[in-house]
Design a protein around this ligand. Structure first.
Ligand code: F6R
Length: 238
């Protein structure tokens, strides 16, 4: 992987936004893999500031909670609309979230995989990493070849994400997430991480053994990975 260490999340977001802008300049209908959470916010902000025409870009979110009522403001469907699609000027119908479009949850993973393939695959996947080492919501123990499916959230992840909910009891216990195998099919991975809380997860993802107990370590299997971190998140790298 190419590892870029920058002084701030703002500068990291600018670099990631430049990578997306360069892709869209040559491929106006590029397929972007979208992460939610706090980490990509500086990327979306920097990209929105460029005021590019992104109306033909297609988006596939990494994951979604299971069990929130339709339209819940913390559903990733709603978060992606509010924090990504609207500021960037994406076309809502071109942005997909796992499990959307109704139908049984049991078939939702396969439908999502088929939809990604039908779109020609993901050109550039934005990734954050959890303190458990997850990418997407592939918690430790996820198969390296896994595809989109329903998973149980790690307790640590529910605690980390409880900041978006009135209490921990309101955080869903399950999610539907692209698998590690799904993520590896994207043509370019851009992994972002900021702050000392991510330092251990970044070091084991990039320098530890490739293992299902460290889901982020699958990026070591991918031929085109750009890791953009701030100094605090890079602190445990050799
Ligand atoms: C979000 C996702 C997660 C987050 C990770 C980090 O769609 O798939 O892997 O990227 O939990 O979250 P933040 O950025 O909020 O620290």
């Amino acid at each position: 992987a190419e590892v870029v260490i920058l002084p701030s999340a703002a500068e990291a977001g600018e670099l990631a936004a430049r990578a997306i802008a360069a892709l869209v300049a040559t491929t106006p209908d590029a397929v972007l893999g979208l992460a939610t959470g706090s980490t990509p916010l500086t990327t979306w902000r920097a990209l929105a500031a460029q005021a590019l025409d992104l109306s033909r870009v297609r988006g596939f979110a990494l994951d979604e909670y299971v069990g929130l009522p339709e339209g819940h403001p913390e559903s990733y469907r709603a978060v992606i609309a509010r924090e990504v699609a609207e500021p960037l000027g994406l076309t809502p119908a071109l942005v997909r979230v796992p499990g959307d479009g109704g139908g049984a949850l049991s078939g939702a993973g396969a439908r999502y995989e088929n939809d990604i393939i039908a779109a020609g695959g993901v050109d550039l996947q934005i990734l954050g990493i959890g303190r458990t080492g997850h990418i997407g919501f592939n918690e430790p123990g996820s198969s390296l070849a896994s595809l989109t499916r329903v998973k149980t959230l790690a307790e640590q992840t529910r605690i980390d994400n409880s900041r978006f909910f009135p209490s921990i009891d309101d955080v869903p216990t399950h999610c539907i997430t692209q698998g590690l195998g799904t993520i590896l099919r994207a043509r370019h991975l851009v992994l972002l991480a900021f702050g000392s809380g991510k330092a251990a997860a970044v070091a084991s993802a990039l320098e530890g053994p490739v293992s299902a107990s460290t889901p982020g370590s699958v990026v070591q299997l991918h031929p085109k990975v750009t890791v953009i971190v701030d100094e605090a998140a890079a602190a445990d790298l050799e």
